[in-house]
Design a protein around this ligand. Structure first.
Ligand SMILES: [Zn+2]
Length: 130
């Protein structure tokens, strides 16, 4: 384990205060403590578990308290954010965002897989933010 850069930590704390970032993008739970740097989004513990289940080819998660972020990941969090990703996804897919984190784990995971692993998710990678 390495020490978490205090600058990274305070930057993430600031980003978390931005509109949209104070609730989980996937299920709207308050004060999400995890992030999916690939999409620049803040997510809760439960959804972080679901993201992990999707596999790293689709998403990976970092704890905003305990993990280090690479500079690129941090700038994705900065330039992206929950609202940016949601608007991007809705614009591309023509669907409303909804709350796919709700419901039984299996069903929620399937919806997340569609959301992040589908065409829109793949096109969003690298396009939102950086
Ligand atoms: Zn959540």
């Amino acid at each position: 384990m390495w020490e978490v850069d205090p600058e990274t930590k305070s930057k993430l704390a600031l980003l978390q205060k931005r509109p949209g970032n104070s609730t989980c993008i996937d299920c709207s739970a308050p004060s999400p403590q995890w992030a999916s740097p690939k999409f620049g989004t803040f997510i809760c513990l439960t959804c972080a578990g679901l993201h992990r289940g999707l596999g790293v080819h689709i998403s990976f998660v970092r704890s905003i308290q305990m993990d280090s972020f690479k500079p690129l990941e941090l700038s994705r969090m900065d330039l992206g954010g929950n609202i940016a990703w949601r608007e991007f996804w809705e614009g591309k897919s023509g669907q409303s965002w909804g709350r796919p984190g709700e419901g039984a784990d299996g069903a929620a995971q399937g919806r997340l897989e569609e959301r992040y692993g589908g065409d829109v998710g793949r096109s969003g990678e690298g396009e939102v933010g950086v």
